[in-house]
Write a protein that binds this ligand. Structure first.
Ligand code: TRP
Length: 326
């Protein structure tokens, strides 16, 4: 089986957008590939280095949610990046052969610096973000990397670095390919892209009450002031979420009801709440079981770490030898 690898940066809690956009897809890939999935806690430090307690909480949230979303430790390898120090060793060695210009021209470098102007991101570690990601991928000699389009520039530089390494030292690394999957973009409760930095996210760790509250208080088409006012569903963030979570019939029903004032916004939201709950209920149950059994959780991660580390160590033996190290 070809190997697949992907990671998620631990800089916040897992929300419905992450679930629909990434985790559900990871779950599907488990049976078709030899899958390695990890929490990128070092990557979280590149931008979140002043807030260790947030990082700590996020790591647990991610690991619990990986499992609650349906990743099965018997069918894939789940691990924590910082427990595999070989990633750091490979990152260092790759830094010897990586031209600075390659890193400086990765578009996410300038974009993220612009976006996070409240943080000092003129750091060595932040510039090296895509190089660490490259090490994450090629140390497992992974063939496919399931990611969103935003990660394509990182995959591009990973391929270039693998190629450069192979030119200098012999064919050790396959060039990894992005595995782009089309999934619906999940808008947040305000209609913008769901993101923790917009404060518009529904988290897998939210209680049923919190989820209900978040949906109940969503804005709808401003044209519908009174119950009898007709509206345009496309102007309502609620409808955008229906598109992701509701059936075709329900979608037609609420769209028509909005245009004709046949349905009120509260009833429209009730249907959405029911459907979001249907997605979250199995996750809530599994989360609770895992959180009540920290030993089981620790055991699963340790087993995954051991397995990942074995592969990483094998690769590093080849790499050290190829680069003339002892
Ligand atoms: N950069 C990725 C993100 O922000 C996380 C990540 C780190 C990753 N290392 C990786 C993804 C290796 C795929 C493969 O989502």
């Amino acid at each position: 089986m070809d190997r697949v690898l992907s990671g998620m940066q631990s800089s916040g809690k897992v929300h419905l957008g992450n679930f629909v956009g990434a985790l559900q897809n990871w779950v599907k890939l488990q049976d078709r590939y030899d899958c390695y999935y990890f929490v990128a806690d070092w990557h979280a430090l590149t931008t979140g280095y002043t807030n260790p307690s947030a990082l700590h909480e996020s790591v647990t949230d991610l690991l619990v949610n990986f499992l609650a979303a349906g990743l099965d430790p018997d069918r894939c390898t789940i691990f924590l990046q910082s427990r595999i120090p070989e990633h750091a060793e490979l990152h260092l060695l790759l830094s010897m052969i990586t031209p600075l210009g390659w890193l400086e021209r990765v578009p996410t470098y300038k974009e993220k610096q612009q976006e996070l102007q409240d943080r000092d991101l003129s750091t060595y570690g932040f510039l090296g973000y895509p190089l660490l990601q490259t090490a994450d991928i090629i140390i497992y000699r992974a063939k496919y990397v399931p990611v969103g389009v935003d990660q394509v520039p990182h995959l591009e530089i990973s391929r270039e670095i693998a190629r450069r390494f192979n030119n200098f030292y012999g064919e050790i690394f396959p060039e990894p390919d992005a595995l782009l999957t089309e999934f619906p973009k999940v808008p947040g409760v305000d209609g913008r892209k769901m993101s923790k930095s917009y404060g518009n996210a529904i988290y897998l760790s939210d209680s049923p009450k919190e989820v209900e509250q978040k949906i109940r208080t969503m804005t709808t088409d401003p044209a519908r002031v009174k119950r009898t006012d007709k509206g345009d569903p496309e102007n309502s963030p609620v409808y955008q979420l229906h598109k992701v979570f509701s059936t075709k019939e329900e979608l037609a029903q609420v769209a028509d009801g909005c245009r004709t004032a046949g349905i009120g916004c509260i009833d429209c939201k009730k249907i959405l709440i029911k459907n979001v709950f249907a997605v979250l209920e199995p996750i809530w149950t599994k989360r609770e079981a895992l959180l009540n059994n920290p030993d089981q959780l620790r055991g699963i991660i340790e087993k995954g770490n051991d397995k990942a580390r074995n592969v990483a160590q094998e690769t590093m033996q080849l790499v050290r030898k190829a680069m003339g190290l002892y």
